[in-house]
Each structure stands twice: as structure tokens, then as C-alpha cells.
Design a protein around this ligand. Structure first.
Ligand code: PLP
Length: 400
């Protein structure tokens, strides 16, 4: 079958592929521990679900404006303004069908043939594919392992060219869990401003943060306005409110940019689902209830982070991993276990799934197939069991 050049480079999402396989094996009756998925394991808070049901009962089942209802855009803008400590224009907010669509809208609208877009690696698997879909060129910038793979302006200088038009940054990072400090973020934002290039900041995991200095990880809006050049902030309800299936994300940019992003969205998906918008309106406007729900989930993730990092050191001493400061992933290195049959993390993950029934995502999905990603959005029992099985797979304590 011949497809158009638009999709000739397109691959299905690698993280979704592993998770789908794990679900299929479980449905066939295999004893599978699926730690490949990228979603919180909590139910959406009840008060949010109730708002959707009430919205449907009140007749909220038709189209809304493509960028979302003004009420929801204003509620999000209020939350962002509180964070920034300055009033932000609600018309800069575009509500999308998940943060993924916000990223698509931005990347597709801002970049095209001849443009280079720096993608910080290890990267969330979708970024380079979205850049390629826009027929621009992803330029992968690997941070230093010793710095938890975070990049700095010296490294960015080394990859930037006259064709660089944007930078995609993700903090807290999927897959590493690394979090940029405010100072690091400021330096990077100012670097993009000086060059007049777009900074796409994906802050979807911002509220899952394990630092003691603040409830949420530093983000673009914590910076003084003068540090910011052209930027698009991406966030959403999926991870913070455990609402992955509702498909609500958003972008925040200057209103003229948002008008273009809305035009694109209006031609592709129209508005995000109306009942989901009613749910998100409650999540973003009932500040007290949502803060309590977020704090409870973040505390559970912190406890699990402590559990998996402690057990990793005990069960797999010598195996390098990034100490997660946010999000809910443990990114660890498995090339010490490679041999003639198992030559990369993809093969290693297949062996682990086959022999031990544990599903992880091979690092090839994030740009380095010597590493793997394990989600710790699961119960303590499952995490303990999974780590035990991983240790059994490699022969506990045998890693160099
Ligand atoms: C870094 C990152 N950005 C964006 C998304 C997409 O979020 P959504 O489910 O809201 O589309 C994900 C989902 O896994 C993610 O990990």
C-alpha cells in the first residue's frame, strides 16, 4: 500500500504498543504486571466525575467553540495567572483533546520544511514523530547522564544552527523523572529568547513533584515575564487529576498564536468532548477539592518512588538509574545484562515479558536502547513483585 509522504516516516506510539501487548497477554490469561503504561492508576476524583454527569443531564452534549468553552478557558487562565502572579489573557488558552493534541497543534503550526527543532533526550516518544509529521527535522540533544540527562545552554549551543526554530522541553521528564530547577529553566528560557526561537514547554507532570521547596515543579510561569521569549506552555488534566481517558489538555500562548492553533484544531477535531470539558471545569475551578486530590496522589507517588528506588538498590545493586524528582517513572540502565541473544533493551524487555510477565518500555522509544522505563503508577504489592521478577530475570545482584 502506498501512503502519502505526510505519514511515510510515521510509527505507532512505542509506549502504547508495549502497553497494548501487555493488556492482550493479560486478557489471554497470562500473569502480567504491566508497568509500561503512562497513566496514573487512580480513579478520577468523584467530584470531577459528578460534574460531567451533571453537565450531560443539563444538556451539555453538543459542540462547544473549538478552543473550549469560555468558562473552562477562563478557569484555566485564572489558575495560570495565580501561578504567574500576573494576569494572563484567557484567550491565550486553547483546550485540546489531551495534551498530545496541544503539542501537535503547536508543532504543526510553528514548524515546517527546512526548520530544525531541538528535542531534549531521552525524550517522550511522541515529540520527534510530531516534528517529523510537520516535515521539520528533529535534532536530538542528549543531556549528560551525570546531570540526570538535563541539558544546559552550552549543550544547546552545540546543537543549534541557523535553521533552529524551536526547542521542546519536558520537566518533570518522561521517561527520566528529572526536574529542571527554576534557575536551569530560566537559563534555557533566556537562551530561546535570545535566539528568537520557540520554547515548547510540556509541563504535564508538573503537579507530580517530590521536591520539598514547592507543591509543584518549577514551570515557565514561575519565571519573570522578561525571561520569556516566544513560547507555548502545554499542560492538561490527564496526569494531575488522573483523567487520561477524558482527553483534556491545553496550550497557553499569546492570543495571536492561540488563534492559529484554534484554527488548526477547528479543522481537525473541533472541540474537545463537551462532557469532559464540564469535568475539567470542576477540576480547575474547585481549587480546594482539586488541590486535596492532587496532594493525595502526589504523596502516593512519592511513597512509591521511595519504595522502588530503595528496592532497586537492594535487589539490583550497581544498576544505574535516575532518581526521579517528579512524574512516576523509573528510568534504569540494562546494558550490563546484554549478551549474544539479548543485544538491546528491546530484546531485554521482550525476554522479561516472556519469562517473567513484566512489561516495561525499552529505551529505544526514548532515544537510547540501553535503558528501560518502568512506571511506578501501581500498587506497592505489584511494584515489589515486579522488582523481584526483574531481579530473577537478570540473576539478582549480578549486574556490574
Ligand atoms: C510528556 C508527556 N506529554 C504529553 C502527554 C500526553 O498527555 P495526554 O494524555 O493529555 O494527551 C504524555 C502522556 O503520556 C506525556 O508523557
Amino acid at each position: 500500500m502506498r501512503f502519502s509522504d505526510n505519514v511515510s516516516e510515521l510509527k505507532p506510539s512505542a509506549t502504547m504498543a508495549v502497553s497494548t501487548l501487555a493488556k492482550r497477554l493479560a486478557a489471554e490469561g497470562r500473569d502480567i504486571l504491566n508497568l509500561a503504561a503512562g497513566e496514573p492508576d487512580f480513579d478520577t476524583p468523584a467530584f470531577v466525575c459528578e460534574a460531567a454527569i451533571e453537565g450531560i443531564r443539563a444538556g451539555g452534549t453538543r459542540y462547544t467553540p473549538p478552543a473550549g468553552t469560555p468558562e473552562l478557558r477562563k478557569a484555566i487562565a485564572r489558575r495560570l495567572s495565580d501561578r504567574a502572579g500576573r494576569p494572563l489573557d484567557w484567550e491565550g488558552v486553547v483546550v485540546t483533546s489531551g495534551a498530545k493534541q496541544a503539542l501537535f497543534n503547536a508543532i504543526f503550526s510553528l514548524f515546517g520544511p527546512g526548520d530544525e527543532v531541538v528535542v531534549v533526550a531521552p525524550y517522550w516518544t511522541t515529540y520527534p514523530d510530531l516534528v517529523t509529521l510537520a516535515r521539520a527535522e528533529p535534532v536530538i540533544a542528549f543531556g549528560d547522564e551525570a546531570a540526570d540527562f538535563k541539558v544546559d545552554t552550552t549543550l544547546l549551543d552545540s546543537v543549534a544552527t541557523g535553521r533552529t526554530r524551536g526547542l521542546v522541553l519536558n520537566s518533570p521528564c518522561n521517561p527520566t523523572g528529572a526536574v529542571y530547577t527554576l534557575g536551569e529553566l530560566k537559563a534555557i528560557a533566556e537562551w530561546t529568547k535570545e535566539r528568537g526561537i520557540w520554547l515548547i514547554s510540556d509541563e504535564i507532570y508538573r503537579s507530580i513533584y517530590f521536591g520539598d521547596d514547592s507543591e509543584a515543579a518549577p514551570g515557565l510561569l514561575d519565571l519573570p515575564g522578561e525571561s520569556l521569549g516566544p513560547h507555548v506552555l502545554v499542560d492538561g488534566a490527564s496526569k494531575s487529576f488522573s483523567m487520561t481517558g477524558w482527553r483534556i489538555g491545553y496550550s497557553y500562548a499569546s492570543p495571536d498564536v492561540s488563534t492559529k492553533l484554534t484554527a488548526l484544531q477547528s479543522q481537525i477535531t473541533s472541540n474537545p468532548a463537551t462532557p469532559s470539558q464540564a469535568a475539567a471545569l470542576e477540576a480547575y475551578s474547585n481549587v480546594e477539592a482539586s488541590a486535596a486530590a492532587v496532594a493525595e496522589m502526589a504523596a502516593a507517588f512519592r511513597r512509591r518512588r521511595d519504595l522502588v528506588t530503595t528496592r532497586m538498590k537492594e535487589l539490583l545493586p550497581g544498576v544505574a538509574f535516575v532518581e526521579p524528582a517528579g512524574a512516576f517513572y523509573l528510568y534504569f540502565r540494562v546494558d550490563a545484562f546484554f549478551n549474544d541473544e539479548v543485544r538491546d533493551a528491546t530484546a531485554w524487555c521482550s525476554k522479561l515479558l516472556e519469562e517473567q510477565g513484566v512489561a516495561l518500555v525499552p529505551g529505544g522509544a526514548f532515544g537510547d536502547d540501553r535503558w528501560v522505563r518502568m512506571s511506578f503508577a501501581s500498587s506497592d504489592e505489584v511494584l515489589e513483585d515486579a522488582l523481584g521478577r526483574i531481579a530473577a530475570c537478570v540473576g539478582a545482584g549480578s549486574a556490574a
